[in-house]
Unconditional design. Structure first.
Length: 436
């Protein structure tokens, strides 16, 4: 207790919280590593090996399937074992796996390495979320989550771009080697984290009659779902998040196809639009941090979905009726920036709410469960998008995706007050239950 009080007494800016700075720095370097090898991998498989479209699609599936299958189990491990050790182990394993890509000369070897790396990625994510909960006080959680989300967006832009420069300047193998080094650097930084954060709570099951060994494994794994089901606002947020991701992926996975519909389009425009999307998400992170978006997340999520839906539908109309040129470039650049802003408003406040509302002892399982559900949407969305584009073209896919997303956002805004009242009642009931 004294350690916590001392920490709170020193509480000020997040930059003064040294363990948090170490964690976020390690995340920055580790996230760069997540994306750094991507362009080198696609260059090797797509251009050098001339893989078929389905073989290239399998690369994305190899990266997403581990999260779909292993998310809850990784969350369970992060709640039962030391999170610092799990993150360091994950980084060290990924350093070795990426280095092995240098020697891969068959497609099945690449798939196998990506699946194993995906398992290590899954292990890192809930452990990082749990450690964040240990290190940051509740009052600063909005800012901490916004900063963490900003880093994820920045690295999605910087990582592939830097990878492209490395491939062009030094070759594919050099890119893999440097990527491996980033994971080693992250592991070294994480060594400076405390074994237990100042806000680490003892697991409520330990030291009681309900010891972990007396609980069934399935019961332990389902703890994340039980926590989520007991909080109507969180449950609604997850349903909304998964639904929006599923619908958006129908169009988002077919952006290249949409751009191919524009005669005479500048080949560099897609890269600029992707960068604009990331920039818009950064703006939303600053807004959420300043406005404490985690306190009323459903408003932000609904508004973000409405904005994204309107932008995706507008992008379809722009490509259909506006001729290629300066006006087209400006319109699409602005549309993607607004889409990124909407995505940040929809997703970042939800992450903040999840951190604030979830008990520290269960946060790994909750985040693992959410990761598994969102991965399912990320996998199914492109499949539906490919079928829809094949049947009716990218314009129809973008219009349908945009309209459905907009309607989901409006429905959440309409039902928000009723959901928040149910959530408050559930919170009161939980507080009224005496501790066993």
């Amino acid at each position: 207790m004294k350690e916590i009080q001392d920490h709170q007494a020193k509480e000020g800016k997040l930059s003064a919280n040294r363990p948090f700075v170490l964690l976020i720095t390690a995340q920055l370097i580790s996230n760069v590593g997540d994306w750094l090898h991507l362009l080198a991998l696609l260059t090797m498989v797509g251009l050098k090996w001339e893989a078929t479209p389905w073989e290239i699609t399998a690369i994305s599936l190899c990266m997403a399937i581990p999260m779909l299958v292993g998310g809850p189990f990784a969350g369970y491990l992060s709640d039962r074992f030391n999170r610092k050790a799990l993150m360091i182990g994950s980084d060290l394993a990924r350093a070795g796996i990426v280095a092995c890509l240098i020697f891969a000369d068959l497609l099945w070897q690449v798939y196998l390495l990506l699946l194993v790396k995906g398992v290590m990625d899954v292990l890192f994510s809930p452990a990082k979320s749990g450690k964040l909960k240990e290190l940051v006080p509740q009052a600063q959680m909005d800012s901490a989550v916004a900063l963490s989300s900003s880093i994820e967006q920045i690295t999605k832009i910087i990582g592939p771009a830097l990878g492209g420069l490395l491939v062009a300047g030094f070759g594919i193998s050099a890119c893999y080697l440097i990527d491996s080094v980033t994971y080693l650097m992250s592991a070294v930084i994480l060594l400076g984290l405390p074994h237990k954060g100042a806000f680490k709570l003892e697991n409520p099951d330990i030291g009681t009659d309900k010891a972990p060994k007396q609980q069934s494994f399935c019961h332990e794994m389902a703890a994340g779902l039980r926590i989520i089901a007991g909080m109507p606002a969180v449950l609604t947020g997850i349903v909304m998040l998964v639904s929006v991701l599923l619908v958006l992926q129908i169009a988002d996975s077919q952006v290249v196809t949409l751009f191919r519909e524009i005669p005479g389009i500048n080949g560099d425009l897609l890269g600029w639009c992707v960068g604009a999307s990331g920039l818009g998400t950064l703006f939303s992170a600053l807004l959420v941090s300043k406005r404490k978006g985690g306190t009323r997340p459903l408003i932000y999520m609904g508004s973000g979905a409405v904005l994204m839906g309107a932008v995706f539908a507008s992008a379809a109309l722009i490509t259909q009726y506006v001729q290629a040129g300066l006006l087209m470039n400006v319109a699409l650049f602005g549309s993607f920036m607004l889409a990124g802003l909407g995505a940040g408003l929809a997703f970042i406040p939800f992450q903040s709410m999840l951190q604030q509302r979830t008990p520290e002892a269960y946060i790994g399982r909750v985040f693992g469960t959410v990761g598994s559900l969102t991965s399912a949407a990320v996998i199914m969305g492109p499949v539906a998008g490919g079928a829809l584009v094949t049947a009716s073209g990218p314009i129809s896919a973008f219009l349908l995706s945009g309209i459905l997303t907009l309607l989901l956002g409006l429905a959440l805004l309409v039902l928000r007050i009723k959901i928040e009242k149910r959530d408050e009642a559930a919170t009161i009931r939980m507080k009224a239950v005496p501790a066993s």
